[in-house]
Ligand binder design. Sequence first.
Ligand SMILES: [Zn+2]
Length: 174
Amino acid sequence: MEFEYTTPQLNELSQEDCDRYWITYAMTLANKAEQADEVPVGAVLVLDNEIIGEGYNLVINEHDPCAHAEIMALRHGGKRIENYRLLDAILYVTLEPCCMCAGAIIHSRIKRVVYGASDLKTGAAGSAFSLLQDSKHNHQVEVTSGILASECAHQISAFFKKRRAQKKALKQRE
Ligand SMILES: [Zn+2]
């Protein structure tokens, strides 16, 4: 008899376990942003449990105010499937999308957005604005929030804490 090792099948997991899996993956992308001295936010675009796009915040490195993780993942996905409509795809992002990204998400026609930490200052999925949920759009996106929220929030707050400490150390040396 042939023995075949199979990894846990994502499509056998519950939706919540799947969401946690992909948010964890997005957190590894956020780490890459941090390694590039950017605020650590990561996003992965998934279609039928397969990655079609991924990205992380690169605004400073790219000299691009639009280079948010979500935009990078959507662009990557569009190129990958050669379509500007990303029907049925799910976008996982570690931080609640801003207004710009909410607009791009609507234009992309993705099915669902899942995010980790809320962004009380600029979040456009219910925190500061409810753009994603606005019924005036001609496309409605499902929104799931709070998946691994504290882990995602900690990733970002730890980054700022570290940066403040570095600035302080620099000042003391001067
Ligand atoms: Zn954004």
